[in-house]
Design a protein around this ligand. Structure first.
Ligand SMILES: [Zn+2]
Length: 166
């Protein structure tokens, strides 16, 4: 093989639609409140061997996004311009990260998913009133999945009717 071209690669995950949830955190650098977003999948397919896709009906919140299709990235940028690729020295990786809307410093995924932080409420009282955007377009992405009890508290609308809980 002498071709210099990269072979077409297969993303880790794909979905027919996705949600973006947006809450807030206090920037570790400048101390001001800044918006932070995360992608939520309500069902997805995971790449397995031999070009097969394994469907999952589970809800998952993604972190450490190292690649994403251009159409989805453009759509996310339109509502969450603070999400863009940046290098985290802590994680020793470049990924689609939240950046402070005041001082532009990267807000690490490892921090945002710490217990008690925006993307890991340890009780309903800690749960932020997330702004939810739904994107009815296909997503192809390389990322880490997470599964946690608080994901069940998310009300994503559209197909997830309010269950009348108070
Ligand atoms: Zn800041």
């Amino acid at each position: 093989m002498t071709t210099a071209a990269m072979p077409p690669r297969t993303p880790d995950l794909r979905a027919q639609a996705f949600h973006l949830i947006t809450g807030h955190t206090r920037c570790w650098k400048c101390g001001q409140q800044t918006s932070v977003s995360a992608i939520v999948l309500d069902g997805y397919e995971e790449a397995v061997d031999d070009g097969e896709w394994e469907p999952s009906a589970e809800r998952t919140v993604l972190s450490y996004i190292t690649a994403i299709d251009q159409g989805s990235l453009t759509a996310i940028h339109a509502v969450a311009p603070w999400m863009r690729f940046g290098r985290s020295e802590t994680a020793d990786a470049t990924y689609l990260a939240n950046h402070c809307t005041h001082c532009d410093v990267l807000q690490g995924d490892w921090f945002l998913a710490d217990p008690g932080e925006v993307f890991f409420p340890t009780g309903r009282s800690e749960m932020q009133d997330f702004n939810v955007n739904r994107f009815d377009q296909p997503l192809e992405i390389d990322a880490q999945c997470s599964w946690s009890g608080w994901h069940g508290w998310l009300e994503l609308g559209s197909g997830h009717a309010q269950e009348g809980e108070t």
